[in-house]
Design a protein around this ligand. Structure first.
Ligand SMILES: [Zn+2]
Length: 281
C-alpha cells in the first residue's frame, strides 16, 4: 500500500510509539499479562498491521485498546479487537454512535480516493465499551496509567493518557509537535481552556496522534497556537471585521510564528470555521 514508513521507538521499558509518517500514530504498552494499545488506526487492515507489529514485540494478548478520540483514523480499526476492552471517553462513544457524524466521515473518506477508501465502506464502527467522564486510573504493566478528559477541544471526547512514572503523555490530536491540528470538528473556545489544563499535566515527552515525539515545550507551543488563533478571531469579531477578510489577515499573522508547521495550509479555512463558531453564525 502506498503509504509512508512506520517506525517503532521504545519510549520507556515496555512502552513504544509506532509512528506512521504522514498518517496516524499508535502507542503500545506491554506488561506481564498483556498489552495496551493507544488508538486502533484507520481501517481494519491498518489495525492488522499494528497487531503484526505487536506480535514482533510480544506474544502477550492485547487486553486494552484506548481511543484517544472518535476520529476515524484513530478508531476505525476497533473491530479487529473483539477480545479486548475498548476504552474511551463517554463523548467519544456518543460521537461514534451518532449516525450524522459517522455518515459524514464515511462519505468523506470514501470520496477521498485514498488507498483505504474502498475498505472504509465496510468498516463496522465499534465504539469503546468502557467509558469514563473525567478520569480513569489504571494499574497496568507495573505502572500507574492515568487517563484524563480536560474539556472539549479537537472533539468533544479527547483524552490524555499519562504514564507519570515514565514522564510520558499521549495527547491524541489536541496537541502535536509542530503540527496544526484538524479544527473543523473542534470546539475552539473550549480548546483554550482544555489546553490550559493540558500544560499542567507534567511530562518529559509526548506522542501525538500525528507527527514526531515531542518535548513538553511543544505542548506549550501547541497551546500558544490555539490561544493566539482564538484571541485573534475574537478580536476580529469584536472589531466588526468580515469573516473572510479576517481569516486572511489572521492567517498571515499566524504564519510568522507557525507557518512552518505541518498542515499550515489548512489554517485559513479553520479560522473561518472558528469565526463562524465563535460568532454564533
Ligand atoms: Zn482527530
Amino acid at each position: 500500500m502506498a503509504t509512508g514508513d512506520t517506525e517503532i521507538i521504545e519510549l520507556a521499558n515496555g512502552v513504544y510509539a509506532r509512528l506512521h509518517e504522514g498518517l496516524t500514530n499508535a502507542g503500545i504498552v506491554i506488561g506481564d499479562d498483556g498489552v495496551m494499545l493507544i488508538d486502533s488506526l484507520r481501517v481494519p487492515s491498518f489495525a492488522r498491521d499494528l497487531i503484526a507489529d505487536v506480535k514482533k514485540l510480544t506474544d502477550k494478548p492485547i487486553r486494552y485498546v484506548v481511543d484517544t478520540h472518535s476520529h476515524w483514523d484513530h478508531s476505525w480499526g476497533n473491530e479487529e479487537f473483539p477480545d479486548s476492552t475498548l476504552v474511551g471517553h463517554a463523548n467519544c462513544r456518543r460521537e461514534m454512535l451518532d449516525p450524522d457524524i459517522t455518515v459524514t466521515w464515511r462519505d468523506k473518506v470514501i470520496a477521498s480516493g485514498d488507498p483505504w477508501a474502498e475498505e472504509a465502506k465496510s468498516v463496522r464502527i465499534t465504539p469503546p465499551d468502557l467509558t469514563f467522564e473525567d478520569t480513569l486510573h489504571l494499574q497496568f504493566a507495573g505502572r500507574p496509567i492515568d487517563m484524563h478528559w480536560l474539556g472539549r477541544a479537537h472533539t468533544s471526547g479527547d483524552i490524555f493518557i499519562r504514564l507519570p512514572d515514565d514522564g510520558l503523555l499521549f495527547t491524541g490530536d489536541v496537541a502535536q509537535d509542530g503540527g496544526v491540528p484538524y479544527m473543523m470538528d473542534g470546539y475552539l473556545k473550549d480548546w483554550v481552556g482544555t489546553d490550559s489544563r493540558l500544560v499542567e499535566l507534567e511530562c518529559d515527552r509526548f506522542m501525538a496522534g500525528h507527527g514526531p515525539i515531542g518535548s513538553s515545550a511543544a505542548i506549550s507551543e501547541a497551546r500558544d497556537f490555539i490561544v493566539t488563533l482564538v484571541g485573534a478571531v475574537e478580536a476580529a469579531i469584536a472589531d466588526g471585521q468580515a469573516r473572510d477578510a479576517a481569516a486572511s489577515a489572521i492567517n498571515t499573522s499566524l504564519s510568522e510564528r507557525f507557518g512552518g508547521w505541518r498542515g499550515f495550509e489548512r489554517v485559513e479555512a479553520s479560522i473561518a470555521y472558528a469565526y463562524d463558531q465563535i460568532s454564533g453564525a
